[in-house]
Design a protein around this ligand. Structure first.
Ligand code: FAD
Ligand code: DHB
Length: 391
C-alpha cells in the first residue's frame, strides 16, 4: 500500500488531519488500532476553543456542532463558598468557547472521511515507523491478521500518548519534559440536566470539583481523587455527596442528582517531547504532549498541530519550499508551552495537593481573589481559556 501521508491514529488529530489534507487535494491513509465503535464512544474532552470550532467549520465539519453544540460565554470560579463569573467576550474582545464533546467531533469526522476521503482502516495497528530519516518512510502495521507495509512520503504520528510513532525518534535527539501530579480526576456522566448553565470550577479544602455538561440533559462532573484511585470504590451516593460538599455556596444554589451512567479515573500529567519532527516523521497531539485536563487544552492543542502540518505540507506542494515543514516543531512548541503553562497554572490554582500547608491554601485563595478583583488577572485567565492563536 502506498500514499502521500501515512497517518497513525484516528483520534481528533488524525481524523482532522485526513480531512484537511483531503480538502487540499493531498491523499492520505489513516491506520487506527481500535474499532469504530470504541473510537466513537471514548469519553474525553468537552470544550472547543473558538479557534478549534472555526477550523472545524472551515473544514466542512462544523454543521452538527453549530446545531447541537452549546456556545459558552463564561465560566464560574467557586471558592470560599463564593461564586465569581468570568465573562469571556467582555474580556477578550468577543471570544467564547463551544461545549461539544470529543466523541461527537470524532463521529462527524469519521462520517466525512468514510463518505468523501481516503482509506480509514480500523483495527489496523501500526507496529513501527521505519526509515523516518529518509525520503521514503514506511509504517509496518497489522490488519485482519496480516502484516502489511504502508509506503509514504510523510508519516504523521497522531497515535496518542501510548502510540509507537514517538519511538522512531532516536533517544539521543530527544528531550522529554515531564511532571506528574499526586492526584487524578474521577469523571462521571449523569442523566440529569446540568445544575448551572456554565461550567463551574470549584476550589475546596477537600479538593477540586468541576461541573460540565454534554447536552442540556446530560451532566459531566469531575472530582479530584488521590492518584491511583479505583473508580469502583466510589458508590454513586458517595460521589454525589462529595460533589455537593465541594460545590457548596453561601447562597441557595443546589446540585441536582441523577443516574450515573459512566465512571472512570484519569491520571494527570504534563509532558512535552522535543522535537516533534525527525526527518519525514511528524508527531501531533497527545503523541507529543500531554497537559493535565484543567482548562481543557488537550484536544485544542492537537487541532493546532495538525493545522500547522497541513499548512506546511500544502506550502511545500504549492511552492516547493520545505521551510514551513522544517520549522513545524518550533512553531507548534511555542503554542504548546503556553498551553502547558496555562494548564499547570489552572491545576495548581484549583487542586489541593496531599499535605498542602495552610500557607499554600492561603496563597491559592489569594490568587483566586486576585482574579476576582483585578481585570488584568481575569483577562489573563480568559485569554488562556478561550485559546492561544494558531500561528
Ligand atoms: P488520541 O485521542 O489519544 O487518539 C490517538 C488514536 O491513536 C487513538 O484512537 C488510538 O486508538 C490510536 N492508536 C494508538 N496507538 C496506535 C497504533 N499503534 N496504531 C494505530 N492506532 C493507534 N482533554 C480535555 O481537553 N478535557 C478532558 O476532559 C480530557 N479528558 C481526557 C481523559 C482521558 C482518559 C485521556 C486519555 C485524555 C483526556 N483529554 C482531555 C485529552 C484529550 O482527550 C486529548 O488531548 C485528545 O484526545 C488528543 O487527541 P489525539 O488525536 O492526539 O490523541
Ligand atoms: C471538560 C473537561 C475539562 O478538562 C475542562 O476543563 C472542562 C470541561 C469536560 O469534559 O466537559
Amino acid at each position: 500500500m502506498r500514499t502521500t501521508v501515512g497517518i497513525i491514529g484516528a483520534g481528533p488529530a488524525g481524523l482532522l488531519l485526513a480531512r484537511l489534507l483531503h480538502n487540499a487535494g493531498i491523499d492520505s491513509v489513516v491506520l487506527e488500532s481500535r474499532d469504530r465503535a470504541y473510537v466513537e464512544r471514548r469519553q474525553r474532552a468537552g470544550i472547543l476553543e473558538q479557534g478549534t470550532a472555526d477550523v472545524l467549520r472551515a473544514a466542512g465539519a462544523g454543521e452538527r456542532m453549530d446545531r447541537e453544540g452549546l456556545r459558552h460565554d463564561g465560566i464560574e470560579l467557586r471558592f470560599d463558598r463564593r461564586r465569581h463569573r468570568v465573562d469571556f467576550p467582555a474580556l477578550t474582545g468577543g471570544r467564547s468557547v463551544m461545549v461539544y464533546a470529543q466523541t461527537e467531533v470524532c463521529k462527524d469526522l469519521i462520517a466525512l472521511q468514510l463518505a468523501e476521503g481516503g482509506p480509514l482502516l480500523f483495527e489496523a495497528e501500526a507496529l513501527a515507523v521505519e526509515d523516518a530519516g529518509t525520503d521514503a518512510p514506511r509504517v509496518r502495521f497489522r490488519h485482519e491478521g496480516r502484516e502489511d507495509v504502508l509506503e509514504c512520503e510523510y508519516v504523521v504520528g497522531c497515535d496518542g500518548f501510548w502510540g509507537v510513532a514517538r519511538k522512531a525518534i532516536p533517544d539521543e535527539l530527544t528531550q522529554v519534559f515531564e511532571r506528574t501530579y499526586p492526584f487524578g480526576w474521577l469523571g462521571i456522566l449523569a442523566d440529569v440536566p446540568p445544575s448551572h448553565d456554565e461550567l463551574v470550577y470549584a476550589r475546596h479544602d477537600r479538593g477540586f470539583a468541576l461541573l460540565s455538561m454534554r447536552s442540556p440533559s446530560v451532566s459531566r462532573l469531575y472530582l479530584q481523587v488521590p492518584d491511583g484511585t479505583d473508580a469502583g470504590t466510589w458508590s454513586d451516593e458517595a460521589i454525589w455527596d462529595e460533589l455537593e460538599r465541594r460545590f457548596e455556596t453561601a447562597d441557595d444554589w443546589r446540585l441536582e442528582r441523577g443516574p450515573i451512567t459512566q465512571k472512570s479515573v484519569t491520571p494527570m500529567r504534563s509532558y512535552v517531547h522535543e522535537p516533534m519532527r525527525h526527518g519525514r516523521l511528524f508527531l501531533a497531539g497527545d503523541a507529543a504532549h500531554i497537559v493535565p485536563p484543567t482548562g481543557a487544552k488537550g484536544l485544542n492543542l492537537a487541532v493546532g498541530d495538525v493545522v500547522t502540518f497541513a499548512r506546511a505540507l500544502t506550502h511545500r506542494q504549492e511552492t516547493g519550499s520545505p521551510e514551513l515543514l522544517d520549522t513545524y516543531s518550533e512553531t507548534c512548541l511555542r503554542r504548546i508551552w503556553q498551553a502547558e503553562r496555562f494548564s499547570y497554572d489552572m491545576t495548581t490554582l484549583l487542586h489541593r495537593a496531599p499535605g498542602a500547608t495552610g500557607f499554600e491554601d492561603r496563597i491559592q485563595l489569594a490568587r483566586l481573589e486576585r482574579i476576582a478583583s483585578s481585570r488584568a488577572a481575569e483577562t489573563d485567565l480568559a485569554e488562556g481559556y478561550t485559546g492561544f492563536s494558531f500561528e
